[in-house]
Design a protein. Sequence first.
Length: 298
Amino acid sequence: MFDLLLPQLVNGLTLGVIYALIAVGYTMVYGVIELINFAHGEVYMLGAFFCVTFITAFGMPFYFAIIAAMVCCALLGMLLDLIAYRPLRKAPRLAALITAIGMSIFLQNLAMVIWGSRPLPFAQSAVPAYLNETAVAFSGVFLTWLQVFIFAVTTTMMLGLMLIITKTRIGTAMRALAQNKTAAALMGINVNFVIAFTFALGSSMGAVAGILVSVYYNTLYPTMGYVAGVKAFAAAVLGGIGSVPGAMLGGLVLGVAEALGAGYVSSLYRDGVAYAVMIAVIIFRPSGLLGRAVIDKA
């Protein structure tokens, strides 16, 4: 029974860091403009398709294709904000939420029109061969270089994000908007620019997550963003919506819970076990693992 523990933990952590990368995009946008961007899952999906297209159609090397896909998704995130969300800044939250769901459906169907509805394999011939080799083997655990690459990329991006948020002027502006948009605007902060930058940053991270998942499972399809997006949103809620460290922690907890559920209960109930953990945390700590309780003032 315990022979499965270490392999499942490794699989869970691999999945968890990817969920964390997507969840950060949700929680950043919510923290700044209090909007749940349900189209974020489709940005994740399009990142994978952009990367494969750059490799197969333009002959780009693997690593350059990743960077190009990140840039495209960053621009897409800014375009989503400009077209779909900026006109609704002062509208009721429900209007923006419905628009986000609409954009999610639109992008999903657009991907089906362009690339087809059937699952496609990733361009494995472009992936460096060493990534499929075993890097570390211990106690029945075989860690491939691809898994090491996933851990390295996600950790580097999350540390970079934390540095941007805490050590740069744009990060200070993002935190100011999260506190009070009106006061931030009065202090001379370009609100629209900061929000667009937040969308670009979160979308580029979502693109990387989509690429890593597609390489890891060697498949991509237009609806892959829906399930991953729901799980990443659950991870953001689990960690505390609006908290970047909370989103990271929530992603790890959800990934490990899902892997252990698949290993010790059944692969059919892996999603159920993960969500059961999330529900339990929300019941006993409604603000999430690292979220702060908000007190409404009279």
